[in-house]
Design a protein around this ligand. Structure first.
Ligand code: HEM
Length: 540
C-alpha cells in the first residue's frame, strides 16, 4: 500500500537524519576526549553529549523500529487500517514536536543533563515537556499496532499471528509498558524543575528511569532479533528456525525484560544486598533467550550452507552469501553480540561491576551492543526495506558500497569500543571531556587509548556518511522497480506451534507479575525510608 510505504519511509528518513547529526556530534566528542579538539566556548561537552545520546538512542532507534515494524505489519496483515495509519502519523508529529522542544533547551545550554536526566540535575521544564510528547507519540504508535493486530485476529480466529507481526506485538507491548515508568518520572520532575514543589526522591526517579532505559535496550535488541530469525534466513536462501522456539524467545524477552533495568543501579546506595542479589539473577535470566537465539541462528546458517553443497566441518561457511550486504551486516552484528553479551554479564555481576562502573568500559559496551549489533542489523535491513518502501531496487554498486560500509563500521567500532573497554579498566571515567587531572601519571597513561578511540570515531563518521548516502540513494535515486519483503518460510515438516503462544493477556500478566517481583519491595523501601529529598541543581 503506497500510503503505508510513505509512512514507513518518513520514519526511516528521520532515523537516518538522526544518525547523521548524532554521528557528527559523536566525532566531536571522540576528538575532544583524545585532546585533539577544543570545543568552542559557546558549545560545552555536555550539550554535545546530551544531544548525541538523545538523537541516537531515542530518535534514531525509535523511528527506525516503528518504521520497520509498521512496514512489517502492513505487509503481513494485509495493510494498515486507515485509523491506524492516522494514529501513526499523529505519533510521528508528536515525536517530532517533542524532539524540537527537547532540543531547544539543549541548544541554549539549559538541558545539559544527558539522556538519563538523573535528578537532582535539573533542566529547563521544556526539555521534560518535550520528552512527554515523545512518549505520547510512541504510545500512539503502540496502540495503533495493537488495534491492527486485534483486527487481524478477529478476522483470523484460531490462526497464529504472522511471525513478524508477532515480534512487532512483543516490541510494542514493551514500548508501552516500558515507557509508563519514565512517563511517571517525567510527570514528577516537571513540577519540581518548575519550582512548584521543592524536592524530589532521587532513588525513585533513577529507578523509574532504568525500568524504561533497559527495556529500551531490549526493544532494540528484539527488533534486531526479529530480522535475524525472520529475514536473514530468507536472504541466504534458507528457512526459518523452529516457530515455537522463536515465539518462546519473544515471550521470554517480553516477560523478563523490565526488571533488567536494576542492574544499571547495582552500585547505587540505598538498595539492600538481597534486592541486588535478586536483580543480578533477574538480569542474567535475560541471557537465556539470547543463548537460544545464538544457537538457532548458527544452526540455520549451517543447514542452509550444507544444503547448498558445503562439505566437511566448516565447508558450509563458504556457501553463505558474504558479498550480500543484507546478510553480511546482520551476520557481523550477530558475531559482535558474543563479546557484547559477555560484557553485559560482567556489568550485571555485582563484584565485576565495581571495577568498570562509570568508566569508559560502559561506553564501549553500549557502542558494541547498540552501536554495532543493533546498528549493523538496522543497516542490513535498510538495504532491502528502503528500496521496498520507495519502489526502487538495490543495485550491485550500492550493495558493494554497503559491504565496504560494513567493514568501515566494524573496524571503527572495533577500535573505538575496544579502546573504550580497555582504558575503562585503567579507570578512565565516562562522561568527562579531555583532562589530564593536572598531568597525573594515571591520566596521562590513558592518552594512547584515547587516541585510538578518536581514530575509531573518525572511521565511524566515514561509515555514517556512506550509510546515509546509501539510504538517500535508495530512497530517491536508485532505479525504479519491485523489491521483495523477505520473509522466510517455516522448515519443511515443521511441528505445529501450540496455540498458547498467542495468549498475549497471559504473557502480559506474567510480565506484570515479574515487574512486581522486581520492583514492589525496593520501591516501597525508597518511599518509606526516603532520606530528605533533593532540590533541583540547575546545570546552567
Ligand atoms: C557516548 C562517540 C555512535 C550511543 C559517546 C561518547 C563518544 C561517542 C566519544 C562519549 C563518551 C563519554 O564521554 O562518556 C561516538 C562516535 C559515533 C558514535 C564517534 C559514530 C560516529 C553512536 C551510536 C550510538 C551511540 C550509533 C547508538 C545508537 C551513545 C550513547 C552515549 C554515547 C548512548 C552516552 C551518552 C551519555 O553518556 O549520556 N559516543 N558514538 N553512539 N554514544 Fe556514541
Amino acid at each position: 500500500n503506497p500510503e503505508d510505504a510513505r509512512l514507513s519511509k518518513s520514519y526511516l528518513f528521520v532515523a537516518f537524519a538522526a544518525l547523521l547529526v548524532g554521528g557528527i556530534l559523536g566525532l566531536l566528542q571522540g576528538l575532544n576526549r583524545a585532546g585533539l579538539l577544543e570545543l568552542p566556548t559557546w558549545l560545552n561537552y555536555y550539550q554535545v553529549l546530551t544531544a548525541h545520546g538523545l538523537l541516537l538512542v531515542l530518535v534514531l532507534t525509535a523511528f527506525f523500529t516503528i518504521g520497520y515494524f509498521y512496514a512489517g505489519l502492513s505487509h503481513t496483515l494485509g495493510g494498515l487500517l486507515p485509523k491506524v495509519r492516522k494514529m501513526a502519523w499523529i505519533g510521528f508529529s508528536m515525536k517530532l514536536v517533542g524532539f524540537v522542544l527537547a532540543v531547544i533547551p539543549i541548544i541554549t545550554n539549559e538541558a545539559s543533563v544527558l539522556y538519563t536526566f538523573y535528578p537532582p540535575m535539573a533542566a529547563s521544564p521544556i526539555y521534560y515537556v518535550g520528552l512527554v510528547f515523545i512518549v505520547l507519540g510512541v504510545w500512539m504508535c503502540a496502540f495503533g499496532a495493537f488495534i491492527n493486530v486485534a483486527n487481524w485476529r478477529k478476522n483470523h480466529r484460531g490462526q497464529h499471528l504472522p511471525i513478524l507481526a508477532f515480534f512487532a506485538t512483543g516490541v510494542f507491548v514493551l514500548l508501552f509498558f516500558g515507557s509508563v515508568p519514565v512517563a511517571i518520572e517525567v510527570l514528577t520532575i516537571i513540577p519540581w524543575a518548575s519550582g512548584w514543589v521543592e524536592t524530589i526522591n532521587v532513588m525513585v526517579a533513577r529507578t523509574l528511569f532504568w525500568a524504561f532505559g533497559h527495556t529500551l535496550v531490549n526493544i532494540w535488541y528484539l527488533t534486531a532479533v526479529s530480522a535475524w530469525y525472520v529475514i536473514v534466513p530468507k536472504i541466504i536462501g534458507g528457512r526459518r528456525w523452529n516457530d515455537t522456539l522463536t515465539r518462546f524467545v519473544v515471550i521470554a524477552l517480553v516477560i523478563m525484560n523490565i526488571p533488567g533495568g536494576f542492574h544499571h543501579q547495582i552500585i547505587d546506595p540505598g538498595i539492600s544486598e538481597s534486592v541486588k542479589f535478586v536483580h543480578v539473577f533477574m538480569s542474567l535470566a535475560i541471557g537465556f533467550p539470547s543463548l537460544m537465539t545464538a544457537w538457532a541462528m548458527f544452526a540455520v546458517f549451517e543447514r542452509t550452507g550444507r544444503k547448498k553443497g558445503g562439505k566437511g566441518l566448516l565447508g558450509w561457511i563458504k556457501k553463505l552469501p558474504w558479498g550480500d550486504v543484507r546478510f553480511l551486516a546482520p551476520m557481523v552484528a550477530m558475531i559482535a553480540f558474543i563479546p557484547a553479551g559477555a560484557g553485559g554479564i560482567v556489568q550485571s555481576t555485582n563484584q565485576l561491576n565495581q571495577v568498570v562502573h562509570n568508566t569508559l568500559w560502559v561506553v564501549g559496551h553500549f557502542h558494541l551492543t547498540v552501536g554495532t549489533s543493533v546498528m549493523l542489523t538496522f543497516f542490513g535491513i535498510s538495504y532491502w526495506l528502503v528500496p521496498y518502501v520507495s519502489k526502487r531496487v538495490l543495485t550491485p554498486k550500492i550493495n558493494k558500497l554497503g559491504v565496504i560500509q560494513t567493514f568501515v563500521w566494524t573496524a571503527g567500532m572495533f577500535l573505538m569500543a575496544g579502546a573504550m573497554h580497555y582504558v575503562g579498566l585503567f579507570g578512565a571515567p565516562r562522561r568527562t571531556s579531555y583532562t589530564t587531572y593536572g598531568d597525573h601519571a594515571t591520566a596521562l597513561g590513558w592518552d594512547p587509548y584515547l587516541l585510538l578511540l578518536a581514530v575509531g570515531g573518525t572511521l565511524l563518521i566515514i561509515g555514517v556518511l556512506l550509510q546515509v548516502y546509501a539510504v538517500v540513494h535508495l530512497m530517491f535515486f536508485a532505479p525504479k522497480g519491485e523489491t521483495e519483503f523477505p520473509i522466510a518460510e517455516e522448515e519443511e515438516n515443521a511441528p505445529k506451534t501450540p496455540y498458547w503462544t498467542e495468549r498475549w493477556s497471559r504473557t502480559i500478566l506474567l510480565m506484570l507479575l515479574v515487574v512486581a517481583m522486581g520492583y514492589v519491595i525496593p520501591m516501597v523501601d525508597f518511599i518509606v525510608n526516603a532520606p530528605p529529598g533533593s532540590p533541583p541543581f540547575k546545570t546552567w
